[in-house]
Design a protein around this ligand. Structure first.
Ligand SMILES: [Zn+2]
Length: 170
């Protein structure tokens, strides 16, 4: 367990489509508990950080951690949640919101996304779980799930006018 270095844009690892995690875990090729702990500790090493995906710590597998706890913009909040092999089952609405990313520390961007999601995922015991999220929490989940397909928020901004400089994040 450790705080890992965050992979920074434009590292090619951020553009990869990540491999299924549970399958790799069963095959003995991946310790999902370890990856989960590393994700949680790395996320928590950045005050205010609400989510991180496995490729951001160099693990190219379909895992992410989200935690909207205490965030003023959160409506739904499931607390700290480790998502293994998450899949969107349903989504609705459309809303534009400002996003940042640990891997792109100098920029933020306005991104359109759906407003509500139902996500099916495995927990760390491999059990199938469902999470319904709204507003800010849905936004975090969608942002982190994008990372698992090699998509960054910069890929989703409508124009250069939707990208802004950020003085400090780290
Ligand atoms: Zn990100």
């Amino acid at each position: 367990m450790a705080v890992k270095d965050v992979v920074l844009y434009p590292d090619r690892r951020l553009k990869e489509v990540c491999a299924p995690a549970w399958e790799a875990h069963l095959a003995g090729a991946l310790d999902i508990q370890q990856v989960a702990q590393d994700l949680i500790e790395t996320m928590r090493s950045f005050p205010g950080c609400v989510g991180i995906a496995a490729p951001q710590i160099g693990e190219l597998v379909r895992m992410a951690v989200v935690d909207a706890t205490g965030h003023p913009k959160a409506k739904s909040c499931a607390g700290l949640t480790v998502l293994v092999d998450p899949v969107i089952e349903e989504s609705d609405g459309r809303v534009k919101m400002r996003e940042g990313c640990l891997s792109i520390p100098d920029l933020t961007g306005n991104v359109h996304r759906v407003k509500t999601v139902r996500v099916r995922y495995r927990d760390l015991a491999g059990e199938s779980q469902v999470l319904e999220a709204d507003a800010f929490e849905a936004r975090i989940i969608l942002h982190e799930m994008d990372h698992l397909d090699g998509i960054l928020f910069l890929d989703r901004v409508a124009s250069a006018k939707d990208v802004f400089a950020r003085k400090t994040y780290r």
